[in-house]
Design a protein around this ligand. Structure first.
Ligand SMILES: [Zn+2]
Length: 343
């Protein structure tokens, strides 16, 4: 039963983001070297759980478990079995980092024992848009017969791979509304929402649920597990040894929010993908973004075009970061557009 994981990896945030008109690459997560399923201790009673490139995290207490991100039905089902076997206490809370289907699908697996917690904005994102919603511009080419819907036989690439996660009514065709909403069919609505920080106390231990809306997700939430050397979990945003995704990574508002995370008290950092990290990875991610912005600013001052800037701001110190080849040019071009706007 590896297939559902592959589908979830494919449907990923890249698909959701491209529907939301952020140009992001295809199913790159599948190309990384992180394979298999494992559970490991981070510190104290805080653990990570990996399925291939995806990483969730949880805290074990005498009264139950607080989990961030179900990651999909297969990860959630496997994890529930492992938690029963290893710890013998139920999952009491599932926290969504954001709505995207590859991170938030599968919480129903824990619904018999857990409250599901998500940002209030997630409810709006889960709502089906009006039936009159047209297909998103970037998907219209897939509507070969021009009937305004993408039939299963027409679907391509990630839409084809994740078709069943988009097809909310299961009728074998994606309406404009279904395509616009995204791959959210298996995302269970939260039964507890928030707009400001929530602290969960379970078994005498604290977990802080901190909403920080980002360019990637308006319902973005980070989680701090307070347990000895603390753990921060932030999804799809501040990456560990991996070049950040897309054209908007140097937006001043994004940098300010990363500084907000950097200022928190923690040692371990889990970014929902790839390798495990520490606070130093958060700082390195921030320094990269600042360095891109500085170099692009200099290039603009020197009169370089976007193309010249993209081809000369090589960020050579970061050549060993994952996705350097794919994302560095996007980061630089995006910074150029951002910094040259209004000049
Ligand atoms: Zn995402």
């Amino acid at each position: 039963m590896k297939r559902s994981v592959c589908l979830l990896a494919v449907l990923g945030c890249s698909v959701v983001a491209s529907v939301a008109l952020h140009a992001q690459p295809g199913p790159l997560w599948q190309s990384t070297s992180y394979k298999g399923q494992e559970i490991g201790k981070l510190t104290g009673d805080v653990y990570y759980a990996r399925t291939d490139d995806y990483v969730s995290a949880f805290m074990v207490t005498s009264e139950g478990i607080v989990l961030v991100e179900p990651v999909g039905p297969e990860h959630a089902t496997w994890l529930k079995g492992e938690i029963d076997r290893r710890f013998g206490v139920p999952v009491k809370y599932v926290i969504y980092s954001h709505s995207h289907g590859d991170h938030a699908s599968g919480a129903a697996v824990f619904a018999d024992t857990a409250r599901i917690i998500g940002h209030e904005a997630l409810l709006g994102l889960l709502a089906m848009p009006p039936a009159s919603t047209p297909l998103p511009q970037n998907l219209r080419a897939q509507d070969a017969n021009g009937n305004g819907r993408i039939e299963r036989s027409e679907a391509q690439a990630q839409i084809a791979a994740a078709f069943d996660f988009y097809d909310a009514d299961g009728d074998g065709a994606l309406s404009g509304a279904e395509a616009t909403r995204g791959s959210l069919k298996l995302v269970t609505a939260p039964d507890l929402t928030y707009t400001t920080q929530v602290n969960i106390t379970l078994g005498g231990k604290r977990v802080e649920v901190i909403p920080i809306p980002t360019d990637h997700a308006p319902d973005n939430t980070i989680v701090r597990f307070v347990d000895g050397t603390n753990v921060v979990f932030a999804s799809d945003w501040i990456t560990n040894g991996r070049v950040p995704f897309g054209p908007n990574v140097t937006m001043p508002s994004e940098l300010a929010k990363i500084r907000q995370v950097e200022a928190l008290d923690f040692e371990h950092f889990v970014c929902s993908h790839g390798r495990l990290g520490t606070k130093a990875d958060v700082s390195a991610n921030l320094r990269y973004r600042e360095a891109v912005a500085d170099a692009v600013r200099e290039a603009i001052a020197a009169g370089k075009t976007l193309e010249q800037t993209r081809d000369t701001v090589l960020m050579a110190d970061y050549v060993n970061w994952e996705f350097y080849e794919q994302q560095r040019p996007q980061n630089v071009a995006g910074a150029y557009r951002l910094l040259s706007a209004g000049r």
